[in-house]
Design a protein around this ligand. Structure first.
Ligand SMILES: Cc1cc2nc3c(=O)[nH]c(=O)nc-3n(C[C@H](O)[C@H](O)[C@H](O)COP(=O)(O)OP(=O)(O)OC[C@H]3O[C@@H](n4cnc5c(N)ncnc54)[C@H](O)[C@@H]3O)c2cc1C
Length: 453
């Protein structure tokens, strides 16, 4: 007997994969291999009409719908029981309008596809640190790029969004059309509508001065403190972070790094070498073991952080800080540096401020990031209790930094389902709830960090 889900196959150009199908495990797998999602079906949508068909079926049969392009943030979306998971990875069209300095990306496009298409025109995108992060998921959550201090959040460079609403309508939203929905989608996450394509501004940056410097991690405190002091004087065109990195002894890791631990500084300047001199000079005086900072194409920024490009199991968390003092550095090194026994493979202290602290006119719901620094820690669980140990250590780290903790959190760097109030100013949260009620009145759409209408 056919069920509504098998029936859905007749209405889609893309495929519908159901539990028991031979490729069920492949279809339900997310980039983050820790996510063990068990949706009612996976719809591999190929077009806006496919997405509309899924939403119509869900409305008719009282199912819910969740959307992923890559599954980088899948752990925050939960198990997805009684939910149809729309995967947009087949919707991959990218177009660049060099004259208008704009890009349009369909919902399954990843950042490397935009940066590579933009580069021949001397343009860059406000892309995520990893080349395979999804453009739409990243931008819906704000989007902090290697040029965030100069240009602010990626969400506030969006010019139009094509969506299917929870009640099944396909609409194009921008400042003039459905402005409340447009406001909510720029930083509020994916719970208000299913995005089928996004248009956004590109920036005229062809080349950057960027790279990483490595020291043995016994020198963590002096490196991180030297970096922190330098950040207090840097122009907005320089973005940087200092990190404590423990490289696992895996054969796929390159030889100079494999099985070693380091204090690292990574930085990118988008306006030439002069602006970054105030950061590089004091750090070079500390004689790094490896110094890879130099001119490179802006499109190569996706390789700077050496984030894994293949799916991995990962868990972690972030803390937004109002400020960082010498004591902040001491605490961070105590909980995540040499002798700490930390299971976190990477803990980074990132410099914010600049344009991230200035609300643009006509911004979306997240106009600014209300903290001067951000700490993010992540680990890759190896054994069955690995994830528990990593999450417990993130909690220890958060407690150690409690003195400097800002009131809000950053959605994109929150890996566990969190009450979304934490991401927004109180008045903005109430406004978001009103948008959710209007565009998804039956709470059909489940986002990472679900917000109910
Ligand atoms: C290795 C790594 C590097 C990262 N680097 C950065 C960084 O530099 N800066 C930064 O800001 N963040 C960064 N992130 C965080 C990243 O931006 C978030 O995890 C983001 O949610 C990923 O989007 P995605 O589409 O790839 O993931 P997915 O898990 O596919 O999607 C995440 C969520 O976005 C929503 N969503 C996705 N597509 C749609 C759609 N079409 N319609 C409606 N909702 C949708 C859904 O709620 C979904 O649950 C990084 C994450 C990782 C793992």
């Amino acid at each position: 007997m056919s069920s509504p889900l098998t029936e859905l196959r007749r209405h889609l150009t893309g495929r519908v994969v159901l539990p028991g199908d031979p490729d069920w495990d492949d279809a339900r797998r997310a980039w983050n291999l820790l996510s063990d999602q068990h949706p009612a079906a996976v719809a591999l949508c190929a077009s806006t009409d496919d997405v509309r068909a899924v939403v119509a079926m869900a409305n008719e049969h009282d199912l819910r719908v969740s959307v992923q392009s890559t599954g980088h943030n899948a752990t925050a979306a939960g198990p997805l029981t009684d939910t149809v998971l729309v995967k947009t990875s087949a919707m991959r069209e990218v177009s660049i309008d060099p004259g208008a300095r704009r890009a349009r990306a369909e919902a399954g496009v990843i950042w490397s596809e935009v940066t590579e298409a933009a580069a021949p025109h001397g343009l860059a995108a406000l892309a995520g640190s990893a080349p395979d992060v999804g453009v739409v998921g990243y931008t819906l959550g704000g989007g902090m790029s290697w040029m965030a201090r100069r240009y602010g959040l990626a969400a506030n460079h969006v010019t139009a969004i094509e969506v299917v609403t929870g009640d099944g309508r396909a609409v194009r939203v921008d400042h003039e059309h459905e402005p409340e929905l447009f406001w909510a989608l720029r930083g509020g996450g994916g719970g208000f509508a299913i995005v089928t394509a996004m248009e956004f501004a590109l920036v005229p940056v062809a080349e950057v001065v960027a790279g990483a410097m490595f020291w043995p991690w016994e020198r963590a405190e002096e490196v991180l403190e030297t970096w922190r002091r330098a950040t207090t004087e840097l122009p907005d065109t320089v973005d940087s972070l200092a990190a404590l990195i423990q490289v696992p002894p895996l054969p796929e890791m390159p030889e100079p790094f494999r099985g070693r631990s380091f204090a690292v500084v990574m930085a990118a300047a988008s306006d030439g070498p002069d602006s970054i001199a105030g950061l590089l000079e004091p750090l070079r005086a500390l004689e790094p073991e490896m110094d890879m900072v130099g001119p490179m194409p802006a499109a190569a920024l996706g390789q700077l952080k050496m984030d894994p490009e293949e799916p991995v199991p990962a868990t972690g968390g972030s803390v937004l800080l109002t400020d960082a003092t010498p004591e902040t550095v001491t605490e961070l090194v105590r909980v995540a540096g040499p002798g700490s026994g930390s299971p976190l493979l990477q803990v980074e202290l990132r410099h914010l401020g600049g344009a991230l602290a200035r609300r643009p006119e006509d911004a979306g719901v997240v106009g600014t990031v209300e903290g001067r620094y951000l700490v993010f820690g992540v680990g890759m669980p190896m054994g069955p209790d690995g994830a528990v140990a990593i999450d417990a250590h993130v909690a220890t780290m958060t407690d150690a930094l409690a003195r400097w903790k800002a009131d809000r959190s950053v959605m994109n760097l929150t890996e566990h389902s969190t009450a979304p109030r934490a991401f927004f100013a109180p008045g903005d949260y109430d406004r978001l709830v009103a948008v959710k009620r209007r565009y998804d009145p039956d709470d059909r759409l489940v986002a990472s960090h679900p917000m109910t209408s």
